[in-house]
Design a binder for this molecule. Sequence first.
Ligand code: BV8
Ligand code: ZN
Length: 264
Amino acid sequence: MTGVDPEALARARGLVEGSDRILVLTGAGVSAESGVPTFRGEEGLWKRYRPEELANPLAFRRDPRLVWEWYAWRRETVRGCDPNPGHRALARLALEREGVTLVTQNVDDLHARAAREEAGDRAPEPAHPLELHGSLFRVRCTGCFERREHSGPIDASAVETLPRCSSCGSLLRPDVVWFGESLDPRVIEAARHRAETADLCLVVGTSAVVQPAASLPRTTAAAGGDVLEVNPDETPLTSLAAAALRGPAGRVLPRLLDDSSGRA
Ligand code: BV8
Ligand code: ZN
């Protein structure tokens, strides 16, 4: 496979095989090969719309229609995408090995879809990834805070057509974590605990700039674990990594995980 140093791949495989507890942290890059735009890439999401305009609570208060228009477009985009071999390799790792926790910054549902597809009718139900920043396909009421799955179409053509709560009539919002909003304490605490006790943190497809997610691999390293990075580009975590595989997740992860998850 071009681009990935065979030495680094061998070292990385050794790390995966030698670890009992693996924390996987993914970002937008793991979904890039599925066709979901990343945030800071060439055709990045933020290019079309800037975060200060849309992914924050003030923007929603000021112009809920525009914010819903952006999320409706992202929901449609993701609906037209499928999990790629990178999502699937991670799903197989979590199915076949004890001690694997998948934590994602992504709000698409591709990890969950890959897990369901890879599990097939095998029981038990595959563990749902920890979604640090919520989900495009869940909504939350701005009045009574009721949360529910919502994958139907959103009509963002006018404020009057935006989705409203069937219980109290207030405006519904995407159930995602916006800048300046706190993460669900249960989710971030669970992720931090896994980071503290992991032998290995496998970091895939993140620019590692958004906090507190970007601190998780540092927590693993500080507790004596190893960090392994899969990303075509360098990131602030590269200097921390015991090995860095410079390639696309959809190509690298099957090579890294399928060959080594054969471990009994
Ligand atoms: C918080 C959900 C406490 C919404 C997202 C100043 C003011 C206010 C806050 C802050 C501040 N300074 C710092 C903060 C904290 C702030 C923050 O971290 N800001 C950064 C920008 C400095 N964080 C917060 O606000 C968090 N909350 O701190 O609460 C608090 C409370 C009150 C007041 C203050 C603090 C909440 C952060 C969550 C924001 N929500 N998403 C939505 O999606 O619409 S963040 C969003 O961006 C994503 O979820 C993700 O986390 C992040 C994007 O990062 P990546 O996933 O890494 O994607 P990116 O495009 O950047 O990188 C892609 C990577 O993939 C690249 O490295 C590329 O090389 C690689 N790649 C490309 N192709 C491939 C690939 N890799 C592999 N394979 C490929 N094929
Ligand atoms: Zn309500």
